[in-house]
Write a protein that binds this ligand. Structure first.
Ligand SMILES: *[C@@H]1O[C@H](CO)[C@@H](O)[C@H](O)[C@H]1NC(C)=O
Ligand SMILES: *[C@@H]1O[C@H](CO)[C@@H](O)[C@H](O)[C@H]1NC(C)=O
Ligand SMILES: *[C@@H]1O[C@H](CO)[C@@H](O)[C@H](O)[C@H]1NC(C)=O
Ligand SMILES: *[C@@H]1O[C@H](CO)[C@@H](O)[C@H](O)[C@H]1NC(C)=O
Ligand SMILES: [Cu+2]
Length: 686
């Protein structure tokens, strides 16, 4: 991402959301945020001031307590986890907020390892004001014939480039800054970089500590860069589709009770976190045959979004973003636009996060939930009998979507969780927004003789090559806590003509069969889809079987977007994101292992991240296990991505595999008490 230059500071509201029933995984309310702030500021454990809040979120109760809550035993304590900065140190606190009138700090520790917590919005705003008052910058602006009033700069995480480089900045919390022309002619300032100037800002002292003006290129023109409707109106309106409408004559088919969402055969808890954004918990599905609710996923969220750019030049080499850890996905999830971001039948959720000062910031309509009928088929069959009878049965596919959109500066990610009545969960990441662009003297591809590390997308403008790696943390609990990871490798065979080895005395020469392998330890839980033979990857519950004896399970089904990182293992950004060399990692559940690159991502070394944890090679067979799945895109920009990029999607599914006794869409008995007559999972949706 590139830094957001115009920061919408949202309204602070102290009013707690009235919720009918509380749940131990509910995100912090505004009142709870305020209580956390009060307790931390009153604590004698941190005397240094100023004290700034970089992360405040739910300190998840133990899984066993959450599960027993489901069975009516309510856990009593509610805690928050806080990362604050004071006196040049990162402080970790646990705060008891069970009674928000009497919050108390339960524990306090100082982080001594590598890395720093995310930037706060207020720091980014303060840093953005510095270049204007920095004389060498004024000179650089003038030398380019620009007006300082028309130039804006933003904070760019600088990454980690070894201990020598870190020492150069006194091992301090620093970031880079780069600038754009933000004159009135266009809303697209990312298309108008002031190429060649890089500043370094010390975020503790809030001062410029490094400056480089290395090269000078023309600022790309504003013409043709805008995307606002009023600027691209007739005659260029593009091909128009007939607008659709959503009609649900019998009302919505889902029910919301606090943060619990119930729809068709699904039930799940919908939470929000300032680092991850959407958090889905305790997703379970009603099994009409068994007449019971069965667990599928304990907790799932986006753990990190790693976006390395592929230009080794001075102004670009450090563009290796980790959006969740460096900026926070929840803090850049802006209010959804009804009718555009979500259809007319959507219901919206608000979210809260803590600002720099620990005060709650409310984001209206930060997530939406809606039923989707896109004209697809859930299942069908035509039986054309020889005697002339024809039987046709077809069921429309109606699904439930939970959506959040994060705007990481230039890029927009539409992040969906789609629940299907078949029991499948589809996770979709759609990319849109604006490319990161580099200014150049070139105005035509014929002039280019060297590798410019991107595509000429407009005159004087190169869209730089890059990747997007979106890593999900998915704590599957398939029909219970203890699961195993199974690889069913599709293995080609030669027909031996010998029945003893599975052959047959027929003219057939070859076939394939399935080689079943249960992963023992973490090293068996790492899979590179591109370099392994084809395999069905399953999460099974070895203690639960169907009536005819198959282990119940869920299957991981990748659907494109399977790029893995091509950076060298010893390259610094790759060391921080070493987990991006394989799409699949399976680890034993550990409450503190949530963030793939590690808890402290800003200038972090990656030495306390997923790949490091997994080196312990812990047992994953018949254990509580977590799937980490990375959607990957290599992005070679093209002119069609300019000035704003049409949505590009990647997805994967978690799909029942011997989980039910048969196709769950052939409902044999009514799901008692879980589906009301408002359910639109049948054919009545138009
Ligand atoms: C919460 O704390 C306040 C202030 O100490 C106290 O008056 C009140 O009784 C407490 N409430 C509960 C339910 O413990
Ligand atoms: C269906 O939903 C609507 C709107 O939420 C509600 O007014 C109505 O009572 C519901 N009908 C039934 C049968 O639950
Ligand atoms: C799994 O780990 C255990 C203990 O660390 C070890 O004894 C065993 O050999 C490992 N198994 C495999 C298949 O690597
Ligand atoms: C959980 O993970 C942390 C970080 O990797 C580690 O320090 C801790 O020992 C782990 N706890 C258990 C019970 O394995
Ligand atoms: Cu891209």
């Amino acid at each position: 991402m590139l830094p957001p230059l115009i920061l919408a500071v949202l309204l602070v509201s102290a009013a707690a959301r009235a919720s009918s029933k509380s749940h131990p995984l509910d995100p912090l309310t505004a009142g709870e945020h305020s209580a956390v702030r009060t307790a931390v500021l009153a604590s004698p454990l941190i005397s240094d001031r100023p004290l700034t809040f970089h992360y405040v979120g739910l300190d998840e109760p133990d899984k066993a307590d959450v599960i027993s809550h489901e069975h009516g035993i309510s856990s009593t304590q509610r805690r928050a986890f806080v990362i604050a900065r004071a006196g040049g140190q990162s402080h970790e606190l646990q705060v008891d907020i069970t009674n928000i009138s009497a919050p108390s700090v339960l524990s306090h520790a100082i982080h001594h390892g590598s890395g720093f917590p995310r930037f706060t919005t207020e720091e980014e705003v303060a840093a953005a004001a510095l270049p204007d008052k920095y004389p060498p910058f004024a000179e650089s602006v003038q030398r380019r014939g620009l007006d300082i009033e028309d130039v804006g700069c933003g904070v760019i995480a600088m990454g980690w480039w070894g201990s020598d480089e870190q020492a150069k900045w006194g091992n301090r919390r620093v970031a880079k800054m780069q600038c754009f022309v933000i004159a009135d002619e266009t809303a697209n300032f990312y298309a108008r970089p002031m190429e060649g100037v890089t500043l370094v800002v010390d975020l503790e002292r809030m001062a410029i500590v490094g400056y480089k003006d290395r090269v000078r290129y023309p600022v790309p023109k504003a013409e043709g860069t805008d995307y606002r409707a009023e600027k691209v109106g007739p005659p260029f309106t593009g091909p128009a589709a007939t607008p659709g409408v959503v009609v649900q004559p019998e009302g919505r088919g889902f029910h919301i009770d606090g943060h619990l969402v119930r729809w068709a055969n699904w039930e799940f808890h919908l939470g929000f976190d300032m680092r991850a954004g959407t958090v889905i918990s305790q997703a379970s599905i009603y099994d009409a045959d068994a007449e019971m609710r069965r667990r599928v996923l304990y907790r799932g969220f986006v753990s990190e979004v790693f976006v390395p750019y592929m230009d080794p030049e001075e102004e670009w080499y450090f563009h290796t973003f980790m959006d969740a850890g460096e900026y926070g996905l929840g803090t850049v999830a802006f209010p959804l636009q009804p009718g555009g971001d979500c259809p007319g039948n959507a219901v919206y959720f608000d979210g809260y996060y803590a600002d720099h000062d620990g005060k709650p910031v409310k984001v209206d309509n930060v997530m939406c939930v809606f039923e989707r009928y896109a004209g697809d088929v859930a299942w069908r069959h035509t039986e054309a009998l020889l005697r002339g009878q024809v039987y046709t049965e077809v069921r429309p596919d109606v699904t439930l979507v939970v959506r959040m959109v994060v705007t990481m500066g230039n890029y927009d990610y539409v992040l969906d969780w789609e629940f299907k009545t078949s029991g499948a969960i589809k996770l979709v990441a759609s990319l849109s927004g604006i490319l990161e662009m580099k200014a150049t003297t070139y105005t035509h591809t014929d002039q280019i003789k060297e590798d410019v590390h991107g595509t000429l997308v407009a005159e004087n403008t190169i869209g730089v090559y890059h990747d997007h790696f979106i890593t999900y943390h998915l704590d599957l609990d398939v029909d219970g806590t203890k699961n195993s990871f199974v690889k069913n490798t599709i293995t080609p065979k030669r027909n031996t003509k010998d029945p003893a080895t599975g052959g047959a005395d027929t003219p057939r020469r070859s076939y394939w069969t399935v080689h079943h392998e249960v992963a023992e330890n973490e090293s068996d839980g790492q899979v590179s889809l591109n370099s392994s033979p084809p395999a069905d990857l399953l999460f099974v519950n070895p203690s639960k079987r169907t009536k005819i004896g198959n282990e119940v399970g869920y299957r991981l089904v990748p659907a494109g977007a399977t790029a893995t990182s091509l950076l060298a293992d010893d390259d610094y950004p790759q060391r921080r994101a070493s987990y991006t060399k394989k799409q699949v990692w399976v680890t034993p559940y550990n409450r503190s292992e949530k963030w793939a690159p590690g808890l402290y991502t800003v200038q972090g070394t990656g030495d306390d991240g997923l790949a490091a944890w997994s080196k312990r090679n812990r047992r994953i067979k018949d254990e509580d296990i977590v799937l980490w799945y990375t959607l990957g895109f290599h992005h070679v920009p093209c002119q069609d991505d300019f000035p704003v990029m049409p949505t590009l999607s990647g997805s994967f599914e978690l799909r029942p595999f011997n989980f039910f006794e048969g196709n769950p869409l052939l409902i044999r008995s009514r799901p008692a008490g879980h589906v009301s007559s408002n359910c639109s999972c049948g054919a009545q949706v138009m």
